[in-house]
Write a new protein. Structure first.
Length: 605
């Protein structure tokens, strides 16, 4: 019997949906020998009941919309707006394309969690759904006293899933992942941004490449079938993994660990993870992972791996023990075709090594290893680039052209101990020439970003070109009404026969005019000190001072926490500083005598 192809084109517009029916298309369903049309439908999310007012929950509206067109080749157009979700699960089906307008945001808050579920009612690679695309989507969460708000893609036995030009913003589960790939294949994640990770299980990654096993799932969908099949053909290209930062630039939430996995199920009887491509991505300031057996990028039992052309950068966070860790736990499996090439590592500064290759069975070494063309820029040499627990020799091992370059260390300077202060050339005031009457003068410089407030009676004080009693000291003409705020910046103090003095300027700028004034004109932050005996791990890059910042004795900066060789340090004193606005910040004195912010430490370590 000849194949009968029914040709037809139907276009209808109803309730914001355009439906196109096409038959005779390869891969479309058939009824007997007749090809059945797969309807192509485009719908507007707002026309179908979703509300982008940043207030109304959209769980039910989105699910109803997807269920209504569950047999269609569906395109969901999401117009500009903030679409809030309550806790719950959104079940997807095959053949969906989400197209987000610029400014269209899916938002989760109040510690809630939404799982986008890719169901797998049958076992096998064809047991789940296929052809789901997210284009320009933003998934936005937050981390508040109510907890971490979470969006998760729970992808099980799925095929041809893609995320392009998406943003995953501060919404990763503390115990899980942004995208969970379990027994799936042909996954593309491109041109997207992943920010923020506040992990209680800090080895978790944004993109988990894992197996079809209930223990691996971020969400266990009732009725799903598991078979321990591995994920394969995962392409992660041109993405960014970034921290959530404060206005100061310091890290508020670490960047996510980008990609990896940590388990092999049934000893790999269903196969091992393979064909993973992590290429041309940028990773900035992930959380330091110091324990044995963990790393920023970690794979356990994998072959055909490409980590190439990436930029790994640390700016405000200290380095992990290992940055890339490949581990073979199976004596019957040969890990092979492992490529780590043409990456740059900037101030990553691991405490152990950049790359560690580890085989539980030393008689089962990895083969087909290419670690070439990588470039390291660091202020601290010492860590080896590659180490392994088996011999890195043989025709299948290529480790070459990896360079380590010492970066120029940033110098921290304080103002020199020069007691003089120039007078603006525009000043018409005639200054007297005086002999020095002070028999004793001592000057102490400090970090010039420290500050104090003018006291309530500051207008009764004069400003000077030198401290009183110094040679050629003079009171300067000064209009207190010209002061816009009461904050002044300090870079030096002095004690003399005539009292206690500070050199001030009325702007943070180094070029601002400087004056001397008596200590009584200034109000300093308050400090409450106590003895403290604890040991913590240093995690973030913060300045290190001779005294707590803004101490009235003026602190000097002595580098940063990155200059401290030991990562675990003992704390001897704790100070709580309260500023003029009532804000409290905590400083710790280390056993080396220097001080830094409590935020530099992992206080749970």
């Amino acid at each position: 019997m000849k194949l009968r192809v029914k040709l037809g084109l139907l276009a209808t517009v109803a309730m914001g949906a355009t439906v196109l029916g096409l038959s005779g298309v390869p891969g479309t369903p058939q009824l007997g020998n007749t090809v059945v049309a797969q309807a192509a439908t485009t719908i507007n999310a707002k026309h179908q009941g979703m509300t982008g007012d940043a207030k109304t929950a959209n769980n039910e509206a989105l699910q109803d919309m997807l269920d209504k067109w569950d047999s269609d080749d569906l395109t969901v157009h999401v117009p500009k707006g903030t679409y809030v979700f309550d806790a719950g699960n959104i079940k997807l089906h095959s053949n969906i394309t989400f197209k987000f307008d610029k400014g269209a945001v899916f938002r989760i808050t109040s510690g809630n969690r939404v799982n986008f579920v890719y169901p797998s009612p049958e076992a096998g690679y064809d047991g789940g759904i296929s052809n789901v695309k997210w284009e320009g989507a933003t998934f936005q969460g937050d981390n508040t006293k109510l907890g971490q708000s979470v969006f998760t893609q729970s992808v099980h036995h799925a095929t041809n899933i893609s995320f392009d030009n998406c943003v995953f913003d501060n919404a990763e589960s503390p115990t899980g992942h942004y995208i969970d790939l379990d027994g799936s294949h042909d996954i593309d994640i491109t041109n997207s941004v992943f920010t923020g990770f506040n992990g209680s299980q800090d080895f978790k990654e944004a993109i988990q490449v894992d197996y079809s096993n209930a223990k691996a799932m971020s969400y266990k969908n009732p009725g799903d079938q598991y078979d321990n099949l591995p994920t394969y053909n995962v392409r992660v290209n041109k993405n960014q993994f970034l921290p959530v930062s404060k206005k100061s630039g310091q890290v508020q939430s670490y960047a996510p660990n980008p990609i990896g996995e940590h388990a092999v199920y049934a000893h790999g009887k269903g196969g091992i993870i393979h064909n993973v491509y992590f290429t041309n991505n940028t990773v900035v300031d992930p959380k330091p992972l110091m324990d044995d057996g963990v790393a920023t990028i970690h794979f356990k039992g994998i072959s055909d791996l490409w980590i190439t052309g990436n930029k790994f950068i640390n700016q405000h966070v200290l380095g992990s023990g290992n940055y890339i860790y490949l581990y073979n736990a199976e004596s019957d499996y040969k890990m092979s075709n492992l490529n780590i090439e043409d990456n740059t590592f900037t101030n990553v500064n691991p405490t152990k090594q950049y790359i560690f290759l580890d085989s539980a069975d030393a008689d089962n070494p990895m083969t087909g290893v290419s670690i070439t063309g990588n470039k390291v820029t660091t202020q601290k040499k010492g860590a080896s680039f590659v180490k392994s627990n088996f011999a890195l020799t043989g025709d299948t091992i290529a480790i070459s052209n990896n360079t380590i370059k010492k970066a120029k260390k940033q110098t921290v300077t304080t103002k020199p101990t020069i007691p003089t202060t120039s007078v603006s050339s525009t000043t018409s005031q005639k200054l007297k020439k005086r002999k020095q009457t002070n028999k004793s003068e001592k000057y102490y410089s400090g970090l010039d970003t420290q500050h104090a407030q003018l006291s309530t009676k500051y207008k009764t004080y004069a400003v000077y070109n030198h401290i009183k009693g110094h040679k050629n000291w003079n009171i300067l003409k000064f209009n207190w009404k010209s002061i816009k705020n009461k904050r002044v910046y300090l870079d030096m103090r002095a004690t003399a026969d005539t009292g206690k003095w500070y050199r001030i300027r009325f702007s943070k700028s180094d070029n601002a005019k400087k004056y001397w004034i008596r200590k009584g004109a200034l109000t300093f932050d308050t400090f409450k000190s106590e003895s403290y005996d604890r040991s913590f791990n240093l995690m973030k890059v913060y300045p290190v001072y001779t005294k707590p910042f803004n101490d009235s004795m003026l602190a000097k900066q002595k580098g940063t926490t990155a200059d401290i060789s030991e990562r675990r340090v003992t704390i001897t004193h704790r100070v709580k500083r309260t500023d003029s606005n009532g804000k409290v910040s905590t400083y710790y004195q280390m056993d080396n005598g220097l001080w830094t912010r409590a935020l530099a430490f992992d206080l749970d370590s």
